[in-house]
Design a protein around this ligand. Structure first.
Ligand code: GYE
Length: 326
């Protein structure tokens, strides 16, 4: 039987899921000593997006606040680097590992090594596809299928089910790329007037998003009416490509995105992006709470879901964006 990741198993809203957004956004100040002496390894996927840089900052800041000795490794977008980092943390006998897995598959061996060494693994932001759920303690992440659906439904409503769409996908094999595509496909399937002109990876970064959009515009400039980017950075790259091609993003071509960082929300307020579904990156407090609970013997739900909202011109203004924490 094909193993399934938690997001696949729990496609629908899960009764066990915790509502984490208010906790994540509240932020905290001042020090506490709850993590004094704790040694934790954080294997980060890379630094491709503003979202991921905000996540790294959140986890580092929370470690410092709690007095945790954090060992940080940036895999620079390569799974082999990330696997090597996890192995290195195991060799150092850390107390726990936080892993933001770059892709879904290929984790069984190294997670088994962590389990055999008695080191709990907390997954943050992206899920894995492993044969045995006991290889990790919990996943703290958004529901990417729902995010894609929210974007698709917004577009269907605004265009009365008529759109010719370019989709900029995230990193191939990454949970948010797979699931955001699926959610969007599901939402537009009911609308025969909504068609995908092209769908290509922009690797979750602004330069690649711009480059791919430029290439796709060379073929589809005359017909495209909407761009759906799997993250803010690629949406901002697409905005640049549209402007360079003499189009007005937000008017001639609708632009839709996921993440909800300051730069994309600013573009939304300025009318160059039309819809942004949030995905919260401030996971530090949740990750270290999870580690403390595991250490006190608690069993955590396999997926602690982060709740996200949708932004468009009706509910977003400059004051809100100015106070956006990432
Ligand atoms: O949306 C994107 C990042 O894994 C949820 O990764 C995360 C995604 C996020 O690079 O901006």
């Amino acid at each position: 039987m094909k193993p399934t990741s938690p997001p696949r198993r729990h496609r629908r809203r899960n009764a066990l899921a915790l509502i984490l957004a208010p906790i994540a956004l509240a932020g905290c100040s001042g020090g506490d000593s709850s993590g004094d002496g704790l040694r934790v390894g954080f294997a980060q996927a890379g630094a491709e997006s503003a979202w991921r840089r905000a996540e790294t900052t959140s986890i580092k800041a929370e470690a410092e606040k709690r007095g945790v000795d954090l060992k940080f490794a940036d895999a620079q977008g390569k799974q082999e680097n990330q696997i090597a980092a996890v192995r290195d943390f195991i060799a150092q006998s850390v107390d726990a590992i936080i892993l933001a897995p770059i892709v879904e598959t290929g984790w069984d061996d190294v997670l088994t090594e962590a389990k055999d060494a008695g080191i709990p693994v907390v997954l943050v932001d992206r899920g894995v596809d492993v044969g045995d759920d006991s290889l990790y303690a919990t996943l703290i992440a958004s529901d990417f299928v729902t995010e894609g659906q929210m974007v698709g439904e917004w577009l269907a409503e605004k265009t009365s089910g008529n759109a010719k769409i370019i989709q900029l996908e995230g990193t191939p094999g990454a949970a948010p790329a797979i699931d955001r595509k699926k959610g969007f496909d599901d939402a537009i399937a009911a609308h025969p007037g909504m068609t995908l002109l092209a769908s290509q990876s922009g690797e979750f970064n602004i330069e690649k998003g711009k480059e791919v959009m430029e290439a796709l515009l060379a073929q589809h400039a005359g017909s495209v009416t909407a761009v759906y980017a799997h993250n803010d950075d690629m949406a901002l790259g697409a905005v640049q490509a549209l402007e360079a091609a003499g189009k007005k993003p937000g008017e001639d071509v609708l632009v839709l995105s996921i993440d909800g960082g300051k730069a994309a929300l600013d573009a939304l307020v300025n009318g160059r992006i039309n819809c942004v579904v949030e995905c919260l990156p401030l996971l530090g407090p949740n990750a270290f709470d999870a580690i403390e609970k595991i250490r006190s013997g608690e069993t955590l739900p396999k997926w602690q879901k982060v709740e996200d909202q949708l932004f468009d011109a009706t509910n977003t203004d400059a004051d809100f964006v100015a106070n956006r924490p990432y």
